[in-house]
Ligand binder design. Structure first.
Ligand code: SAJ
Length: 430
């Protein structure tokens, strides 16, 4: 322990934990240690290279000191432990907090009677997990009492991968703990290194619920416009234009956009946390489940557009060179988690035996071609799945070999493509 400094440990050094560790380490008040099971991450950090794509962290790691290890003895003697590990769902969309539980058990080896230590969970979890899953593990492992011998809190992460404006230092936070005194003390901890509001919630469940509703709000609104896309396609109304029109209402309208699907580690996953936990309390979230079904239907809806387009050209999928533009779930980053592209590739290969090419500038190792030009020259028809800037800004000449495009993100210049006799389909527009 460095004299006078409070020792803080981050468990999980991914896109949430590592920027957080950097932000805390920039403060002279703290000595920061990091624990992660990934040798690759640990070695990268020791080489002063961020293990994640994050502008703030990539810069901070050049100067901050963070001792990191794959061995948990580095966690000895900390006052605050922050858990920032993945909380995935399984193939049946059941939430899996096994990694959170394992991280908690590891930390408990270092919780000492009378040390007044705190454990803060930042990973996204459903309401109740802290008190119903994490707390029992801590009390069992330590033989101590939560809220008395140690504090347990939840401060949901809000990292937005690839966001050039909002990063770990300036995004406002919410925190709830077993005791109000604990919540206030830990809120002051966050305030000491953040340049953002830190709001104390009355209970730990309220803190868990805020993150879940933030992302569920997004999922249902995306489902709303995806359903509109299907309806407006049937009615021949251009939905992107209608959304643009509705967006000039100065209040009470928040635009969302239809597309080939909803990917990422947050939006398509978090609603299942709430659905499953509410079920245990006897409530069935029909609306949330319908929204998930709508969003999960968009990859197939996009493939249907490809089939219609090929049919119009009197071609079939078999015998056509089909390209998938973009593997990442989001523009201008290389992250394939829950990506709609993967769902479309699986169906096109398995059910249609499609002769596929894929290209993503942020995932060269997963691409069949080394650049956009050679990829496009080798395709007859393409589905644009990710609105990467390279695709949006590609010159019209890049498209010279293409006969059909399904614009899964409504991001292309439709009129310019049509002027080249390319058959164009969007999502919610023709
Ligand atoms: N998407 C649509 N239509 C939309 C918005 C998104 O189809 O109108 C799709 C995207 O293409 C993507 C998926 O949904 O496949 C998720 O997109 P996202 O922009 O929500 O990206 P994420 O997963 O990085 O979401 C994060 C979340 N941040 C945190 O959980 C801390 C989310 O709460 C943010 O609202 C979101 O970033 C953001 O605003 O960028």
């Amino acid at each position: 322990m460095t004299k006078g400094k409070t020792k803080v440990a981050i468990v999980g050094l991914g896109y949430v934990g590592f920027p957080l560790a950097c932000a805390i380490a920039k403060s002279p008040l703290y000595e920061v240690v990091g624990f992660d099971l990934s040798e690759e991450k640990i070695n990268s950090i020791r080489d002063r290279k961020s293990p994640v794509e994050d502008e703030f962290a990539e810069e901070a790691i050049k100067t901050v000191d963070i001792k990191v290890s794959t061995k948990d003895d580095i966690l000895e003697g900390c006052s605050i432990y922050i858990v920032a590990v993945p909380t995935p769902v399984d193939e049946n969309f059941n939430p899996n907090i096994g990694i959170v539980r394992a991280a908690t058990k590891t930390i408990c080896k270092y919780i000492k009677k009378g040390a007044g230590q705190s454990l803060i969970v930042e990973s996204t979890i459903n309401p109740g997990v802290c008190e119903e899953e994490v707390l029992p593990v801590m009390e069992q492992e330590t033989g101590m009492k939560g809220g008395v011998d140690f504090e347990l809190a939840h401060c949901p992460e809000r990292i937005n991968p690839g966001d050039p404006v909002w990063n770990v230092t300036n995004i406002s936070r919410n925190i709830g703990a077993l005791t109000m005194e604990g919540a206030e003390k830990l809120a002051d901890f966050y305030r000491s290194f953040l340049d953002a509001e830190v709001n104390v919630m009355d209970t730990i469940k309220e803190a868990e619920a805020t993150k879940i509703i933030e992302n569920t709000f997004r999922d249902i609104n995306i489902a709303y416009v995806n359903e509109l896309a299907k309806s407006f396609d049937a009615m021949g109304i251009n939905l992107p234009n209608v959304i643009k029109g509705a967006s000039n209402k100065p209040f009470a309208f928040m635009a969302h956009y239809p597309g080939c699907g909803v990917g990422g580690h947050c939006i398509p996953v978090d609603p299942y946390y709430l659905i499953e936990r509410a079920k245990k309390s006897g409530f069935d979230h029909k609306f949330l489940k319908m929204a998930r079904e709508t969003n999960n239907s968009m990859p197939l809806y996009t493939i249907d557009k490809l089939l219609r387009g090929l049919n119009k050209l009197e071609k079939s999928i078999k015998g056509s060179k089909i390209g998938i533009m973009g593997l990442s779930f989001k523009a201008d980053i290389g992250d394939m988690r829950e990506s709609p592209s993967l769902k479309m590739i699986k169906v096109l290969e398995k059910e249609y035996e499609a002769d596929l090419r894929v290209y993503d500038p942020f995932l060269p190792g997963m691409s069949t071609h080394k650049d956009l030009e050679s990829f496009m020259d080798d395709c007859d028809a393409v589905i644009l799945a990710t609105n990467h800037s390279e695709f949006v800004n590609a010159s019209i000449d890049t498209w010279k070999k293409i006969e059909l495009v399904v614009d899964g993100r409504n991001c292309l210049d439709k009129e310019s493509l049509k002027s080249q006799n390319i058959l164009y389909y969007g999502i919610g527009q023709k």
